[in-house]
Structures are given as structure tokens and as C-alpha cells.
Write a protein that binds this ligand. Structure first.
Ligand code: MTE
Length: 322
């Protein structure tokens, strides 16, 4: 995500994050090989340290057919190139700083338009729902993508437990607010806490995933531990991390990016190559981890999940409701 104002930024600055990642990867490899001593080796070493310590395995894990055949992004790339502004706006900041986040105990409060409001703890989430592996592509609004073997289960299975009423038209999610643990929250980069939202039918769609892990292990902190959303047909900013609150609402919730820059980030945020971001095209993307010479890929409508989700938006003008 980019927080510069439109006037501050050239379009050439936007799509080059993948190139940046490649350069960083090259520098890291060079550092490992002892080439180019002094090339910013300190931050790189600390990022490498944090991504090398792997998380606890998750069991039991049900393998599914979602995404079979897609080439997966490496664990190192998924866990070292992140957007998690609570830990800074740089792509390597979360891997460097998120190890201080305490993810136990962890509870999610569920409230609003439902018959059974309450709380659910992470241990119950891990033991009470069958954890599945689903390989989904996550397409960031910045025109890069990753293919991740996520672990989790359908969000709707959890929401149903709290018995949303007929007045619940939307559901809102909130990230932890704790500047002691999340130093990025000491700055005004976003209006904290980070919030996101879905229409109820989107939230109940079986593809909408509440994720607890990746690569068969618990989520690393930089990827949103202990529990985050993954909405594969929407731009990455809808996939809110480190969730502590869920609220059923009658009206459309005010969500972080949409509120901050409504002309750039809509509430729906469906991946749509036909609707450009005001400052760059959304027609193509780069896959993180592929060489800079491997070129860009065509972005597909709804990120390739049109067969499953297009029906949710029948009759809507998607350039207006972007
Ligand atoms: N959730 C919170 N709380 N804070 C954030 O800054 N960034 C979003 C999303 N969820 C973000 C967040 C954006 S812009 C993207 S692209 C994805 O997380 C990135 O997920 P990843 O780092 O696991 O690839």
C-alpha cells in the first residue's frame, strides 16, 4: 500500500516493488556469498534471522484441491516481503520487528447484530475447526502477487456460531491496537486500529478464509499471527491481520484504506484488471520470487476466482463499486 498523496508520486515508482524485492534478494544472496561487503548487511541479516526460525506445525491438516498446480512462492519470500504497517511501512520492517508481538493468550471479541455475542480464543479456533490447506494467490493492489499454501477454514463457519441476525448486512474486522507491541502505531501513517469489512454474503462465501497458518505451520507474526483473513478474489488490503474484533453491522463499515483515500481504495476492492488504480494499471502483476526477467502476468478478473464469486456482484457497476 502506498500512503503518498497522488501529487507526490510518479507512476514509475509504483510497480517496481517486485523489482525492489529482487534487488534485495540479490543483495542478500551476495551477502551470504561474502560478495559486496557493507551493502546494507545489518537489516538484511536481521530479516534473515527472523524468517529462518520456523513456526510450530499445525495439526491436523486437511489437504484440499484448492490451487493444486499453482507454483508456490517460497517460504522465505512470503515471510520477508510484507505489508503490515503496524510494524513500519517498509517491506522488510514486519519481518524485522514483528517477533515482539505476543500471540498467546489471544481472543477475538464478536459483537453487534448477532444473537450470541461473545469471545473465542485462539486455542479454540485451532482445535474447534478443521484446519485445511488451501493454495490461494494473494494479489496486492500494488501489482505484485504471491501464491501461498494457507492453512485455515471458511470464515463463515466461525461467524455462524455467533448467530448473526437478519439485520447483519456487513461484518467488520479490527486488528489489535497496542503501540507497545506494534511500534508503527505510534505514527499517524494510518487511522489505527486497522479495520476491514465485507458484505455478509461475501463473508459467508466458502472461499473466504480465516487463516491460522501457512506452509503447514502457524502463521509467522509478520503474516498476521495468530489469525487473519485471506479473501483471494480481493486486493490484499482486505486480508486484515492479527484480528481481535469482529462486529456484525447493519450499515457498511468505515474501513481504513477506503476512508483514508476513497478515490484510490474502494470498499469492495475486487481484483479487476478492467478498473485501473488512479495511479497505475491493474492489468498485470509480478509474482514475488520470480526473476526480474521473467516478465509480468495477466491479472485475471476476481484474481482467477470469477467462476466461484462473480455471482455475488451480478448487476453491479464494478467501476463505480470498485
Ligand atoms: N493488516 C493489517 N493489520 N495491517 C496492514 O498493514 N496490510 C494489508 C494486508 N493486511 C495490512 C494488513 C496489505 S496492503 C496486504 S497486501 C496484505 O496484508 C499483505 O499480506 P502478507 O504480508 O502476508 O503478504
Amino acid at each position: 500500500m502506498l500512503i503518498k498523496k497522488p501529487a507526490d508520486i510518479k507512476s514509475s515508482e509504483i510497480t517496481d516493488y517486485a523489482d525492489f524485492k529482487q534487488r534485495r534478494y540479490f543483495i542478500k544472496q551476495a551477502a551470504l556469498l561474502g560478495i559486496g561487503a557493507g551493502l546494507g548487511s545489518l537489516p538484511l541479516q536481521s530479516a534473515a534471522k527472523n524468517t529462518d526460525s520456523r513456526s510450530r506445525p499445525l495439526k491436523p491438516l486437511l489437504k484440499t484441491s484448492y490451487g493444486q498446480g499453482l507454483k508456490q512462492t517460497s517460504y522465505d519470500d512470503i515471510t520477508s516481503y510484507n505489508n503490515f504497517y503496524e510494524f513500519g511501512t517498509g517491506k522488510s520492517d514486519p519481518a524485522d520487528a514483528a517477533h515482539n508481538l505476543k500471540t498467546r493468550p489471544w481472543n477475538i471479541v464478536v459483537e453487534g447484530e448477532c444473537e450470541a455475542p461473545g469471545e473465542i480464543g485462539i486455542e479454540e479456533i485451532l482445535s474447534g475447526f478443521v484446519q485445511e490447506e488451501r493454495i490461494y494467490r494473494l494479489r496486492c493492489v500494488e501489482a505484485w502477487a504471491m501464491v501461498v499454501p494457507w492453512v485455515g477454514f471458511s470464515l463463515g463457519d466461525l461467524l455462524k456460531r455467533f448467530k448473526p441476525t437478519s439485520r447483519a448486512k456487513y461484518v467488520m474486522f479490527e486488528t489489535l491496537f497496542d503501540p507497545d507491541q506494534m511500534p508503527g502505531q505510534l505514527r499517524n501513517t494510518l487511522d489505527w486500529p486497522y479495520t476491514e469489512g465485507l458484505r455478509m454474503d461475501e463473508a459467508m462465501h466458502p472461499l473466504a478464509l480465516l487463516s491460522t497458518g501457512l506452509y503447514g505451520e502457524e502463521l509467522p507474526n509478520q503474516n498476521g499471527a495468530p489469525v487473519r483473513l485471506v479473501i483471494p478474489w480481493k486486493y490484499g488490503f482486505k486480508s486484515i491481520k492479527s484480528i481481535v474484533k469482529i462486529r456484525f453491522t447493519e450499515t457498511m463499515p468505515k474501513t481504513t484504506w477506503w476512508q483514508m483515500q476513497p478515490k484510490e481504495y474502494g470498499f469492495y476492492a475486487n481484483v479487476n484488471p478492467q478498473v485501473d488504480h488512479p495511479r497505475w494499471s491493474q492489468k498485470k502483476h509480478r509474482n514475488i520470487g520470480e526473476g526480474i526477467f521473467s516478465g509480468k502476468h495477466e491479472t485475471l478478473m476476481f484474481n482467477g476466482y470469477a467462476d466461484e464469486v462473480a455471482g455475488l456482484y451480478k448487476g453491479m457497476d464494478l467501476s463505480k463499486y470498485f
